[in-house]
Design a protein around this ligand. Structure first.
Ligand code: DSN
Length: 417
């Protein structure tokens, strides 16, 4: 063995697991709406000796020496994110979306302060004040929901709760809301009650960057996000804001919540932001939405009940009650059939979250492989075959083999086999 063996030489067991996962990502229709394929360039930036460096502080104000290359790396990530989204300030240090949201709360609230967010069962995120999260345990959170008839956020209800609860922070954004966010309406409500409006665009940041979803810039006081979903960057988080709120955000991230930033993650984010600031990324973002809409139509034609009746963005939420299968059983059957998604609660779900009525799926990853709206009829057909044949392992394996054969012609970014 050489002084510095490869992973394959040093740890063949782990190497085999990583190879297996890489092949799995190539062979399947990956339709978890929060997942994607990061490019080879993004992955190269993540897997480098940047991993070895500690850099507490911010560029030009560090607590450790040896920042000759790290400072320009972080500055490059900040500048590229600012230019991509058109914001005054970007903090690129949050380890992911959950710490980003906790940092925002730490910046503007004291423990016990009132906050508001979309409830988890209606498609919100845990970190917007749901009871089992630290954000629900340490703050006095109230949730708004969606209407029973059309599954859209009822802005009158948001305004009413805001007036009663007087939140310091209002979150908008979610993980299973298939419709456009009305950032201007949220901003008016937040201003009326003196709240900080936080737009968590984790799911849609690539769509916002690519112009396929309205931007919260100019409406939200703070914008939080992950960087690995539709944006196709590294696993990570970021917070964008105006100049006057920047010191509070920066102080809350470091030293408030985190120690040394992950330098590889910041470098990879800079690479992803460069990739996203292109015409081809704009086309990608538009195609993500076009594919989701085409898939929604194809599934509706096959009798599937889409929450809210369709989608405006990258994701679909399906209530499977009329198909006599639970979300969990369907998700497991679909996985065996080569279609990877997740079971998910639907609004007003009578079932428990661990075995809910719905499934959630989306088009960011399959669009990264070059699938187009004309392919969505086929995807819906495979989806339907899998759901109808839940429990029939031979049939599900046959679908998986068709899916795998089809995908051979569609290269996956960042995957070399
Ligand atoms: N896990 C993410 C999602 O799937 O939406 C949210 O944090």
């Amino acid at each position: 063995m050489s002084f510095d063996p490869s992973l394959e030489q040093s740890d063949p067991e782990m190497s085999a697991l990583i190879r297996g996962e890489t092949q799995r990502q190539f062979d399947k229709l990956r339709m978890i709406p929060s997942e994607n394929y990061a490019s080879r360039a993004v992955q190269e930036a993540m897997g480098s000796p940047l991993n070895n460096k500690y850099s507490e502080g911010y560029p030009r104000k560090r607590y450790y020496e040896g920042q000759q290359f790290v400072d320009p790396i972080e500055e490059m990530a900040q500048e590229r994110i600012k230019s991509l989204f058109g914001v005054e300030h970007a903090n690129v240090q949050p380890y992911s979306g959950s710490p980003a949201n906790l940092a925002v709360l730490f910046a503007f609230c004291k423990p016990g302060d009132p906050i508001m967010g979309l409830g988890l069962p209606a498609g919100g995120h845990l970190t917007h004040g749901w009871s089992v999260s630290i954000t629900g345990a340490y703050f006095n959170a109230r949730a708004y929901g969606v209407r029973r008839d059309d599954h859209r956020i009822d802005m009158d209800e948001v305004a009413k709760i805001a007036e009663e609860h007087k939140p310091k922070v209002i979150f908008c954004g979610g993980t299973a809301y298939p419709r456009t966010w009305d950032f201007a309406a949220f901003s008016a409500i937040a201003k009326n009650v003196g709240a900080i409006l936080v737009a968590d665009i984790a799911h849609i940041s690539g769509l916002v960057a690519g112009g396929a979803h309205p931007s919260p810039v100019g409406h939200a006081d703070v914008i939080s996000s992950t960087t690995h979903k539709t944006l196709r960057g590294p696993r990570g988080g970021m917070i964008m804001t105006r100049k006057e709120l920047a010191p509070a955000i920066d102080k809350a991230v470091f030293p408030g919540l985190q120690g040394g930033p992950h330098v590889s993650q910041m470098a990879a984010l800079a690479v992803a932001a460069k990739e996203a600031n292109t015409e081809s990324f704009k086309e990608y973002a538009a195609r993500v939405v076009g594919n989701a809409k085409a898939l929604a139509t194809a599934l509706t034609d096959r009798g599937y009940a889409l929450v809210s009746g369709g989608t405006d963005n990258h994701l679909l939420l399906i209530d499977l009650t009329n198909k006599n299968v639970t979300g969990k059983r369907a998700a497991k059957a679909l996985d065996l059939a080569g279609i990877e998604l997740n079971y998910n609660s639907v609004p007003f779900d009578p079932r428990k979250p661990f075995d809910p009525s719905g499934v959630r799926l989306g088009t960011p990853a399959i669009t990264s492989r070059g699938l187009r709206p004309e392919h969505m009829g086929k995807v819906a057909e495979w989806f339907d075959e899998a759901v109808k044949n839940e429990g029939n392992e031979a049939k599900l394996a046959a679908v998986a083999s068709d899916v795998k054969a089809f995908l051979r012609d569609y290269p996956a970014p960042g995957i070399a086999l």
